[in-house]
Ligand binder design. Structure first.
Ligand code: F6R
Length: 608
């Protein structure tokens, strides 16, 4: 996720900005930059790569004179990581400089309008639109200018803005993207999160949506969206720095579990246009989609599990066979793939060696390829014919959580898109799916409101020896993901099994004390799974049921029930996995494991 830092005071700004950016490094980034006001002129220095490159370019900040400035670490969303796409961005007349964290949803429309007014763009970013818009809206007063800009932009943002007309002033604002402000005796500071500001103060102002702050040396003033002054309360921070980096959470995994509602919102935002799904840069013609004979989904690990769910989604809407395959198998199997098939590679990192090799194999055989990835500009994103970013933000914990659920939602968007383009999905069915998709972030939020029962459940089962997750249909796919989550971070043996397969072998493992977690989210398969749970219960297993529909029969059978919100059966895997991520997380914690860095695992598997 991008990081913002800003300073308005009496000291040299650039070294302070560099130090702040270093503290924000853990958020993940691919480029960095700074803008410093120097004798009424804005000096911008920026480059792709690590902060060390920016430090070297600016002689550790010494070559940028000036005491008011903004800095940025960029995690690419629009446009690949490059010098020109790095922030800050200049307005056309170079009188304004802007840093931005978030996504401007209506940037395309604004860009076209600004181009008609004669503005030219140097980058592929959504942020540059804001810089030009600030110039376009300029009324001579930076607060009122920013307030006008806010009336025109849609999406999520934290912004820092400099203006040569007010060289002592730094203005910042936020909506759906974090921004904190503090001061010490001589200066004011802004940052994307608290750790970057802890060296200066423990008393913070936490900006709320559409609140504007103006920093001048020795003064901080707050305004509402209409540029009217407001008062803000101080929030005193009493955590240590390492907890603060994790936003107060004990581990990145827990933080990332909690980030899911926001990440899911980012995945869908700007892709739902009226009653249709659209992806920038992707234009499959109806006749091309209509002639497809099938789809392959290739991926590894959790991304493969997302693909297993994706099969149900795409087969429902496109009504063509979908083959889901582990990339390391696909690449060596002599797969039957040709130009009448679409191959979708799913990957959080976009660098997984097997997935990349499988994609190359599919291309070699003539298929059109689509990458669903999180990391912008990654190898898969560059090599596939088309790319859809999940926009989950950087994932630091090795075990994926928000990376996985955003893949599920992206696959559902693709499913609706293909169904609409092929003409095989009726508008009423598309409307129902789109409505359900839009509701997912809020439902995910509701699944996170009261997690104490899950934590207590983990406390009761943390020393289990074997845990079996069972389900049918789409719940079988979710069972495999839930099982992987548990085993990889707790080191407890676990399997995800198709409930109907139990009696073909695995049931011989069930004995007193075995833990069986049954997923029952699909109305038409519910009774079948209840019967399978009864079979393990009579053999001594403890049964936990995960369902959105409680009833007396299930309550009598299950030892414990996890209730999840109801939604369309195709989307329920996004919600059913959340309590199971938490269950795995707490079991790992109670076993004293290294939750964020489990043994033998790497975040990005770039070797075969
Ligand atoms: C499990 C996990 C892995 C990854 C797999 C693929 O929690 O994170 O199974 O899903 O290594 O990684 P990406 O998605 O980066 O291709």
């Amino acid at each position: 996720m991008c990081g913002i830092i800003g300073y308005a005071g009496a000291k040299q700004a650039a070294p302070i900005l560099l130090k702040g950016l270093e503290t924000l490094e853990y958020r993940g980034y691919d480029s960095a930059g700074m803008a410093v006001m120097s004798d009424g002129v804005i000096n911008i220095q920026k480059c792709r790569g690590r902060l060390a490159a920016l430090a070297e370019k600016t002689d550790h900040g010494q070559s940028m004179q000036g005491s008011v400035g903004i800095g940025h670490t960029r995690w690419a969303t629009h446009g690949e990581p490059s010098d020109k796409n790095s922030h800050p961005h200049f307005s056309q007349n170079e009188q304004f400089a802007v840093v931005h964290n978030g996504i401007i949803e209506n940037y395309q429309e604004l860009k076209e309008r600004l181009e008609r007014y004669g503005y030219t763009f140097q980058s592929e970013t959504d942020t540059e639109v804001i810089a030009h818009l600030v110039e376009y809206c300029d009324c001579g007063d930076l607060i009122r200018t920013v307030s006008k800009v806010l009336q025109r932009i849609e999406g999520s943002y934290a912004l820092g803005v400099l203006s040569t007309r007010e060289p002592e002033c730094l203005v910042a604002v936020r909506k759906d993207s974090p921004l904190v402000v503090c001061r010490d005796d001589e200066a004011g500071y802004i940052a994307s999160d608290i750790p970057a500001l802890l060296p200066y103060s423990r008393d913070m102002y936490l900006m709320e949506d559409n609140e504007i702050v103006a920093l001048t040396p020795g003064k901080i003033n707050f305004y509402n969206i209409d540029a009217r002054p407001i008062e803000k309360e101080i929030y005193h921070v009493d955590w240590d720095v390492s907890a603060a980096e994790k936003g107060g959470y004990e581990h990145f995994m827990l933080k990332e579990i909690y980030e899911q509602p926001q990440a899911l919102q980012s995945t869908i935002q700007s892709r739902i246009r009226g009653d249709r799904i659209q992806f920038d840069g992707i234009d499959y013609t109806s006749s091309w989609v209509e002639q497809l004979t099938g789809v392959h989904i290739i991926a590894c690990g959790s991304a493969y599990h997302a693909g297993l769910v994706g099969r149900y989604m795409i087969e429902t809407t496109l009504q063509r066979p979908v083959n889901v395959e582990i990339a390391s198998e696909f690449r060596y199997r002599n797969p039957i793939v040709d130009e009448r098939q679409l191959v979708i590679a799913v990957s959080q990192s976009g660098e997984t060696a097997d997935t990349l090799a499988a994609l190359r194999e599919a291309k070699r055989r003539g298929a059109r390829t689509l990458a669903i990835v999180n990391v912008v500009g990654s190898s898969l994103a560059r090599e596939a014919h088309d790319v859809i970013y999940t926009w989950a933000g950087p994932e630091i914990s090795v075990a994926t959580t928000k990376g996985y659920t955003t893949q599920l939602l992206a696959l559902e968007l693709v499913a609706v898109y293909l169904g609409q383009q092929s003409g095989r999905l009726s508008q009423s069915a598309a409307d129902a799916l789109i409505e359900a998709i839009c509701a997912v972030p809020e439902l995910a939020q509701s699944a996170l409101v009261d997690i104490a029962p899950i934590q207590q459940m983990a406390a009761r089962h943390f020393n289990a020896k074997d845990v079996f997750y069972i389900g049918r249909g789409i719940d079988y796919a979710s069972s495999q993901e839930a099982s992987l989550k548990l085993k990889e971070i707790s080191y407890i043996h676990s399997e995800g099994i198709a409930a109907g397969e139990l009696k073909h072998g695995t049931i011989s493992l069930i004995e007193d004390g075995s833990l069986v977690i049954g997923l029952l989210t699909q109305p038409k398969l519910r009774e079948k799974v209840i019967s399978n749970l009864a079979e393990v219960k009579t053999r001594g297993a403890t049964v936990i049921a995960v369902t959105s529909m409680e009833d007396a029969k299930l309550n009598a059978l299950a030892d414990e029930v996890i209730l999840i919100p109801e939604t369309n059966p195709l989307l329920i895997p996004v919600l059913s996995v959340i309590p199971l991520q938490l269950f795995a997380y707490y079991i790992s914690v109670y076993n004293g494991r290294d939750v964020d860095k489990p043994r033998n695992l790497a975040k990005s598997v770039t070797v075969e």
